[in-house]
Design a protein around this ligand. Structure first.
Ligand SMILES: O=P(O)(O)OP(=O)(O)OP(=O)(O)O
Length: 155
């Protein structure tokens, strides 16, 4: 239920060579209010319903609840979501003992590449690869729910 994550901008596409999995993600929001986002996601051929709360003071810790739902249900629910669909390719990149999820956005958010790392505690140490840029964990503009309303290209 509690997710600890840090988010960074990505400086170059050097991570591509180190990525071992690539998955297309399409998602939209039934509710994009950052206090309680309700997200419908299709990842490859699987559907998910996800509820997230707002980040704590550092933006690192958030309440998150997710369940898999039938693909057809996810497809139907996407039709009643708020406008502003997020379309991205998620690359999984192993660095040391951690997995970075590097999202390369398409569509209205093309040009944006963001890396996320999930941690066990807020002070957990992790390796930072050379392609990792500025930390944006506490910058709500990089929340996907926000990007669905105000996409990167419109900034
Ligand atoms: O895959 P997640 O759960 O990190 O979700 P996201 O939609 O990619 O990211 P966020 O809600 O942190 O913008």
């Amino acid at each position: 239920m509690i997710e600890i994550e840090r988010k960074f901008l990505v400086l170059s596409d050097d991570f591509i060579n180190e990525a071992f999995a690539k998955k297309r993600i399409v998602q939209a929001y039934l509710n994009s209010n950052p206090e309680r986002t309700v997200r419908i996601r299709i990842k490859e051929e699987k559907g998910f319903l996800t509820i997230k709360g707002k980040g704590n003071a550092t933006g690192t810790t958030r309440l998150e609840w997710e369940t898999e739902i039938p693909l057809q249900d996810a497809e139907k629910l996407l039709t009643i979501c708020e406008s502003g669909t997020i379309d991205k390719i998620r690359h999984e990149v192993k660095v040391g003992n951690h997995m970075y999820e590097v999202d390369v956005f398409a569509g209205e958010n093309e040009g944006l590449i963001v890396a996320e790392i999930e941690l066990q505690s807020e002070d957990e140490i992790f390796k930072k690869p050379s392609w990792l840029g500025k930390e944006v964990t506490n910058d709500e503009r990089f929340y996907n729910a926000y990007l669905s309303v105000k996409p990167f290209k419109s900034w």
